[in-house]
Design a protein around this ligand. Structure first.
Ligand code: GDP
Ligand code: MG
Length: 428
């Protein structure tokens, strides 16, 4: 399982002051292997890992405070983005014609009914079209579902031509004042040429606004070939992933996104007509990684402001940076742990960092002029008294803050000399 493997790789990084390129390589190899275990296509996994590597390096992960957490957060963010980033929904026009396409058993008919129910609750007037010209049983299934949810169903006839279907659908939509037409097309167990040809003709004649490929999340590796075939032959505009209520890990989603580049709009989460949800890329990213709390972790890393920033040299650090950094460390929740890993850090021990203390430190910095924040050396006794008054603190607290700040700068300078790079992730 990915979770276990990833955890192992991450654990190997834990407790180190910094991560080496070699560490990153090992971790990424584990993640790649695990993605493949989760049914992500080999080619897709390779591409994805390469992207993560670029990002991790660009982000200067190698100099970060808690490398293990940041690598994991980077993988999660990249995965979420690869899955589409934000929730996306199809654009609705005044009148809409959507096709549902996919293999037999993928969930087209069920999803057509789900979409009808979903959009009716949003004030649309759906019409279902059972467009399998060869299997009466397939049409009957939609008719029954339509009756159940109270949505009209137009059934095509055996062997009916695309032109005839188009004409009858238009008539029915006009007659019954329907503005969302959902066409449940024929599927086969395997992709075959006659099916593709029939679909391509129907598409050419009816010119749908959306061609939604319905994919069974359980299909795993197969999803890549299916998505590619439908996209190349028919042209797909969006994806719907069904059966996410099962124990599929969701690798199919990544593969389908990779070959089509089209948004995943919805997820099927039960057999019932109500079992449709918008597709949440962040949730599936967590699921693929098999770790529930990655989202929270990524949020923490983001909030700590450690991303995409270049290290600042010791001499450029201001009191504002110092404050921001302490706030960041506080949010990561392991201030004393991090401090204990740093040489000479006990010199900072006099500065307690809890919520209340942070608020007071913040008040002090806010009461300073920009010049004072940049160079506290100009803080003479009268300036310190002014700041204490303005911030509702004491001169002693201000003295302690300045002392800790100067100590940190000195420490950074000595480390810069030793290692020639930034320190503690204090960044621009
Ligand atoms: P079609 O051949 O593509 O039209 O697929 P169907 O709509 O007939 O669905 C095939 C089977 O999958 C049926 O038994 C459905 O009840 C089931 N199904 C479809 N979507 C979901 C889903 O999101 N979750 C679950 N658990 N079952 C689903
Ligand atoms: Mg069907």
């Amino acid at each position: 399982r990915l979770a276990a493997r990833l955890q192992e790789a991450i654990d190997r990084l834990r407790g180190r002051g910094r991560i080496t390129e070699e560490d990153l390589k090992d971790t990424l190899r584990e993640i790649r292997r695990a993605l493949i275990d989760a049914d992500v296509n080999l080619e897709v996994a390779r591409t994805f890992i390469e992207e993560v590597r670029q990002r991790a390096l660009g982000q200067k992960v190698l100099e970060s405070l808690t490398p293990a957490e940041i690598v994991l957060a980077t993988v999660y963010e990249a995965l979420k983005e690869a899955l589409g980033g934000e929730v996306r929904q199809p654009t609705l026009k005044e009148r809409n014609l959507w096709f549902l396409v996919g293999l037999q058993g993928s969930g087209k008919t069920t999803t057509a009914a789900k979409l009808a129910l979903h959009y009716r609750s949003k004030g649309r007037r759906p019409l279902l079209v059972a467009a399998d010209t060869q299997r009466p049983a397939a049409r009957a299934q939609l008719r029954i579902l339509g009756e159940k949810i109270g949505v009209p169903v137009l059934e095509v006839r055996d062997g009916e031509s695309p032109e005839s279907i188009r004409r009858r659908v238009e008539e029915a939509a006009r007659r019954e004042v329907r503005d969302l037409i959902l066409v449940d097309t024929a599927g086969r167990l395997q992709i075959d040429e006659p099916l593709m040809e029939e679909l391509a003709q129907l598409r050419a004649v009816m010119n749908p606004d959306e061609v939604l490929l319905v994919l069974d999340a359980m299909t795993g590796q197969e999803a890549l070939g299916v998505a590619r075939a439908f996209d190349e032959r028919i042209g797909v505009t969006g994806l719907i992933l069904t059966k996410l209520d099962g124990d599929a890990r969701g690798g199919a989603a990544l593969s389908a996104r990779h070959v089509t580049g089209k948004p995943i709009y919805f997820a099927g989460v039960s057999e019932k007509p109500e079992g449709l949800e918008p597709f949440y890329p962040d949730r599936l990213a967590s699921r693929i990684l098999g770790m529930g709390d990655v989202a929270t972790l990524a949020e923490k890393v983001r909030a700590a402001g450690l991303e995409a920033e270049a290290p600042k040299a010791a001499k450029e650090i201001t009191l504002e940076d110092f404050l921001k950094q302490m706030q960041g460390l506080k949010r990561l929740g392991s201030f004393s742990e991090i401090l204990s890993m740093l040489p000479g850090a006990n010199r900072l021990g006099g500065l307690q960092v809890d919520d209340k203390a942070l608020k007071r430190l913040e008040a002090i910095v806010l009461s300073m002029t920009p010049e004072e924040r940049k160079d506290p050396r100009i803080l003479n006794a009268s300036r310190r008294r002014r700041i204490a008054k303005g911030s509702g603190t004491t001169v002693q607290e201000i003295n302690r803050l300045i002392k800790a700040f100067e100590d940190t700068k000195a420490l950074m300078k000595s480390l810069e000399k030793r290692k020639g790079r930034g320190f503690m992730g204090i960044r621009r």
